[in-house]
Design a protein around this ligand. Structure first.
Ligand SMILES: *[C@@H]1O[C@H](CO)[C@@H](O)[C@H](O)[C@H]1NC(C)=O
Ligand SMILES: *[C@@H]1O[C@H](CO)[C@@H](O)[C@H](O)[C@H]1NC(C)=O
Ligand SMILES: *[C@@H]1O[C@H](CO)[C@@H](O)[C@H](O)[C@H]1NC(C)=O
Ligand SMILES: *[C@@H]1O[C@H](CO)[C@@H](O)[C@H](O)[C@H]1NC(C)=O
Length: 271
């Protein structure tokens, strides 16, 4: 066949396909299927009486664009104090992990296997400085701290009410990673040290805003809880192993510890 004949044949084929396409019975197209790609058995997009709607699959949101939200940070003038560490992007996949309700705080549970290599690297680095680190073999971002719940919120809203607000949102919350943070506090002559991954998360701040609204609605004084002003989301990596009191009681803003941009110690490279 000549080239022009081949092209003509292809064009004919295309026209036929396009024509068949346009003839497709649009009334039989299920808009839910079009929108979600989920087979549902729903006819014409209408639910039969008594038929339960198909489960909608919400796509896992991408982590925040680090160039936008974790950008333009004023690092401490001494930054960086340590070498660059790698961190697995697997830390961002938490929507497949069940929400874990706690009794005095709220957390977003993260995939520890994605964080463990960074902990090992930081522990090895700390060992070269004579500091032995320990951790709890898990990774999470604290969304609401125990002091915030016990001292401020509890008289007005129960942890069950708070968990009900947080449960549908927290595991899907997106965040971006800023740096490896280090926090220190001298206690009785020992310099306690903790390492964190400092993150930013407008999604988690929004969860705190909902908690704030419920607290104020229940009669709480708004001046005693802030959704964003003292919210410093971070992933605790490890802490000095040799001080039992430190292991038993984490450190919070109430202890004068601010685990945020101000604590940036070393850059993190996402791999
Ligand atoms: C289009 O689909 C509807 C509903 O399934 C059906 O009743 C109708 O006969 C179809 N029309 C054509 C032209 O296939
Ligand atoms: C970050 O700074 C750059 C340069 O000053 C600016 O163009 C950009 O809009 C800033 N981004 C954000 C998220 O503020
Ligand atoms: C960090 O990851 C990069 C890219 O995968 C790799 O080349 C480098 O060796 C890693 N660095 C460390 C300290 O593990
Ligand atoms: C510091 O030492 C004193 C005296 O032994 C003790 O009472 C106190 O609890 C210690 N403080 C902390 C934070 O461990």
């Amino acid at each position: 066949m000549e080239r022009s004949a081949i092209i003509a044949a292809l064009l004919t084929l295309l026209c036929v396909c396009a024509a068949e396409d346009s003839q497709e019975n649009l009334s039989s197209v299920n808009p839910l299927q079009v929108a979600t790609g989920v087979a549902s058995g729903v006819v014409n997009g209408l639910l039969h009486k008594g038929q339960t709607p198909p489960a909608t699959t919400t796509p896992t949101p991408a982590p925040y664009d680090a160039d936008k939200i974790c950008d333009n940070i004023s690092f401490p003038p001494t930054f960086p104090l340590g070498p660059v560490f790698n961190l697995s992007k697997g830390i961002f996949t938490s929507s497949n992990i069940a929400f874990q309700p706690k009794t005095t705080y709220v957390q977003q549970t993260l995939d520890y296997t994605s964080v463990q290599p960074l902990y090992n690297a930081v522990a090895a680095y700390a060992a070269t400085k004579g500091l032995t680190l320990a951790n709890r073999g898990e990774a999470h971002i604290t969304v609401l701290t125990p002091p915030e719940y016990l001292n401020v919120l509890q008289p007005f809203i129960s942890i069950d009410q708070i968990n009900a607000i947080a449960a549908p949102l927290v595991q899907n919350a997106r965040f971006c990673v800023l740096c490896l943070g280090r926090d220190t506090l001298p206690i009785n002559g020992t310099l306690n040290t903790v390492f964190n991954v400092v993150v930013r998360s407008p999604d988690l701040a929004a969860v705190r805003s909902k908690i704030f609204d419920a607290y104020v609605k229940a009669g709480g004084d708004g001046s005693r809880f802030s959704a964003t002003n003292i919210f410093s989301p971070h992933v605790t990596l490890g802490f000095r192993a040799t001080n039992p009191s430190f292991v038993a009681t984490d450190l919070f803003v109430e202890n004068g510890i601010y685990k945020w941009d101000n604590s940036c110690f070393a850059p993190l490279n996402l791999v």
